[in-house]
Design a protein around this ligand. Structure first.
Ligand code: KPL
Length: 332
């Protein structure tokens, strides 16, 4: 247990050691999935919206698909006053600032792990929080209704140190995730991993949103697969412009591999549009466009960016809700 003033080292428990007290802030698809699995061996509190929280209290948190489970984590609709060994931030990227504010009581008390899509989340956390790990996951998870998510596609999870923590903290967190059945490795270059994941998202999510089709559709024929690969290569050139080495052909192959592995999943961007919500286009595709060197054109990326922005506009997607800063917008 981490107490006030504890150092990163205090957090490090021996491998295979017992229960960890975890707060998962943001109970959308990924937050619910990770929170449910972690709750089997650990004491997990999921901060969720009222309808989701009520459903979980009444019937448990149901995961179906590749993972079948009814979990019974603690639920709350705002940050509880308690000590935690770790906080997972799993909100949408446009809600990270709200999340950081809501979690202020824990900034100096525990280690934070961002497990979010898009670029900029680790930086936003690091501006406020003492100890930060970041992670990426390519599991495909769909939020079906309050109290229920579907694990539609297997993925990989990677964590690494961003700020104020040590490699042993990342090892411990990976161990906690592995013991929960979420296969996780540790990287010494988490920045590169975050960029690679953003590029994979930029190659898959907008296309699925435009086509209104699950991930598998974008690699089901050569023409569409060609677009996925071009989007990934353009993303790699934006990353390289920003000083992050990403190899174009390799990340293109990775994007195709992830789309195949999550073929049945509806991407988070498609789920957002289907629910009439704002998408993460700015933190994913927009961030890549803004990172490209002056004068570099990314024609495929620019096109899907404009299409998704257009869809958000034409579907009258609710502008970002004004949220109670204690709660943030809790869905990822
Ligand atoms: O991260 C995802 C998302 O939908 O945001 C993938 C890996 C593409 C799974 O759908």
């Amino acid at each position: 247990m981490v107490c006030k003033g504890a150092t990163a080292k205090d957090f490090t428990a021996p491998r295979g050691s017992g229960r960890v007290k975890i707060l998962v802030f943001g109970a959308g698809a990924i937050g619910s999935f990770v929170g449910a699995l972690l709750s089997i061996e650990n004491e997990v509190t999921l901060v969720a919206r009222a309808a989701h929280a009520d459903a979980i209290r009444a019937r448990g948190l149901k995961i179906s698909g590749r993972t079948t489970l009814v979990a019974h984590p603690n639920v709350a609709t705002e940050v509880p006053i308690a000590e935690f060994d770790a906080v997972f931030v799993t909100t949408k990227s446009y809600d990270t600032a709200n999340a950081v504010q809501a979690l202020q009581p824990l900034w100096r008390r525990t280690i934070f792990v961002t497990l979010q899509n898009g670029l900029g989340n680790a930086e936003a956390l690091s501006d406020a929080v003492d100890r930060v790990l970041a992670g990426t996951t390519t599991h495909g998870v769909t939020f079906v209704r309050p109290g229920e998510v579907v694990h539609a596609g297997e993925g990989e999870t990677v964590v690494g140190v961003v700020k104020g923590a040590v490699r042993a903290d990342a090892d411990h967190m990976a161990d906690v995730l592995n013991r929960a059945g979420i296969a996780t490795s540790v990287t010494d270059d988490v920045r590169r991993e975050l960029w690679a994941k953003a590029i994979v998202n930029a190659a898959i999510n907008p296309l699925t949103a435009v086509l209104r089709a699950p991930n598998g559709a974008v690699v089901a024929n050569e023409d569409l697969r060609g677009i996925v690969e071009r989007l990934a290569r353009e993303g790699a050139s934006a990353a390289n412009d920003a000083g992050v080495t990403v190899e174009g052909d390799r990340i293109a192959a990775k994007a195709v591999e992830v789309a195949r592995a999550t073929a049945d999943n509806r991407s988070s961007m498609l789920q957002d549009l289907e629910r009439g919500r704002q998408t993460e286009i700015e933190a994913i595709t927009g961030a890549l466009l803004r990172s490209a060197a002056k004068g570099r054109r990314l024609p495929y990326t620019e096109t899907v960016y404009a299409l998704v922005r257009g869809l958000e506009g034409s579907l009258a997607v609710a502008p970002k809700e004004k949220t109670d800063p204690r709660r943030g917008n809790l869905f990822k």
